[in-house]
Design a protein around this ligand. Structure first.
Ligand SMILES: *Cc1c(COP(=O)(O)O)cnc(C)c1O
Length: 427
């Protein structure tokens, strides 16, 4: 059977496939660049694993308190080495990215301290962590003040505004690398470095934390290479490589990470406790695979940008921009188009492909959200997934794909559903 017949069997028409192939022809150089970055990052991960003498005993399960868990300790050294930090906390007890960020923030901030976001509104779920939207146990409830400086209309940093916002009480600055559910640009690691240098020039002892979600391994350097005191992320995104079934990480200075460990477990216990319950093989192997998986996801994002831009939709980043995370936003303009797009992603999945995604009120978000994912790990967004809040400009955020070929199929299927719904007409 030929490839086009195989695609037809999956429900992708010849017209959709041909458009895809035409777009791919133009992307050879960009894909080669992505492969070169993946090669670099693969070497970086391998070097960290070899340096720390990863061996089969690292994969053993521990239970109970998890004292003397060598596999856990070596894994944390691998992360710290790879991201060039003094220390790391990499745990299945960190339930998700929001939890990792909540631990990082609440471990460093106390009553009377001020938290500053110099990059505008933070990710939706952090609004309750901070207390921008009231929630029990928010930082605001514990007397932590919050200040925000919005980006300038062109998406750049408002340096004058940031200078004016930093004061005696400013203790920690939170910088979100990825756009999240916004249509601003994601920041390059170089831009983040410039921002950190500016902030530390005004107040050297302020802590700079970077929400690194979706950014890991997209570039050759990470925010910890350019002055961040802490970088924070989720293991069901990039660094888990699709294999980690749960978890989060915080890498940073020894002082910061120690406080994070006390906050995560208990004062006095810190990093010494936390049984691994047998998940470490997936953490190690996922980290090993992560550079390649991220490369596949990036190819998918760029492919989607080029297809949808050609069809007249606004895509962020656009078809030619450089990439700083794996997220691709496509402004589809209507609820119906968002649903059709997500149906296509769902139909391409290895798991739950027969399910129809519908918008729903998801905890932590203030509007209905639609999500398409047929993932091996629930909610894993390093696996092929699309989601977005149902509000103008009706942007769907597309990300992931454990293999490039799966990402490609998902994008073709999304287009097929838009064609089938009469929203897109192919010439
Ligand atoms: C995904 C994400 C989070 C939150 O992570 P969850 O695992 O969904 O809790 C925070 N910030 C950014 C930028 C993200 O992309």
């Amino acid at each position: 059977m030929e490839l086009d017949a195989m695609y037809a069997q999956l429900g992708v028409s010849a017209a959709v496939l041909q458009l895809g192939e035409r777009v791919l022809e133009s992307l050879k150089d960009r894909f080669a660049e992505i492969d070169a970055t993946a090669e670099f990052n693969q070497a970086k991960v391998l070097h960290a694993m070899q340096n720390n003498r990863v061996n089969a005993t690292c994969f053993a399960a521990t239970t109970g308190y998890g004292y003397d868990d060598m596999g856990r300790e070596i894994l944390e050294k691998v992360y710290a080495d790879c991201f060039h930090t003094e220390a790391a906390l990499v745990r299945p007890q960190i339930t998700c990215g929001t939890h990792a960020l909540a631990v990082a923030l609440s471990s460093q901030l106390g009553p009377g301290d001020e938290l500053l976001s110099p990059v505008g509104r933070p990710y939706d779920t952090l609004e309750e962590v901070i207390g921008i939207r009231p929630s029990p146990c928010s930082l605001a409830e514990y007397g932590v003040q919050y200040r925000q400086v919005d980006l300038l209309p062109d998406g750049s940093f408002d340096y004058d505004g940031i200078r004016a916002a930093i004061n005696d009480k400013t203790k920690l600055v939170t910088i979100q690398r990825s756009k999240g559910y916004q249509t601003r640009p994601s920041f390059s690691v170089k831009q983040i470095g410039e921002l950190i240098r500016f902030i530390k020039g005004i107040k050297p002892d302020v802590l700079c934390m970077v929400d690194n979600c979706y950014g890991e391994f997209v570039e050759r350097i990470e925010p910890s290479d350019v002055g961040a005191d802490m970088i924070v992320g989720s293991l069901i995104k990039n660094p888990g490589g699709g294999l980690a079934p749960i978890g989060g990480y915080i890498c940073g200075t020894a002082a910061c990470v120690e406080r994070c460990a006390y906050r995560l477990s208990a004062p006095g216990l810190g990093q010494e406790v936390g049984a691994n319950l047998g998940v470490l093989p997936s953490f190690y192997q996922g980290f090993f695979l992560a550079p390649t998986v991220v490369a596949g996801a990036l190819k998918g994002a760029i492919f989607a940008a080029n297809i949808y831009e050609q069809l007249g939709f606004k895509v962020i980043p656009n078809s030619t921009e450089s990439r700083h995370d794996i997220i691709q936003a496509v402004e589809l303009g209507s609820r119906e188009a968002m649903v059709a797009f997500c149906k296509g992603i769902q139909a391409a999945a290895p798991v739950d492909s027969y399910v129809t995604p519908e918008p729903w009120a998801m905890p932590g978000y203030d509007t209905d959200v639609i999500m398409a994912a047929g993932a091996f790990v629930q909610g894993s967004s390093i696996e092929l997934s699309a989601d977005g809040p149902i509000r103008p400009p009706y942007a769907v955020y597309f990300q992931g794909g454990l293999t490039w070929y799966h990402a490609k199929l998902g994008i073709l299927q999304s287009l097929q559903k838009l064609v089938d719904a009469g929203i897109v007409t192919l010439a």
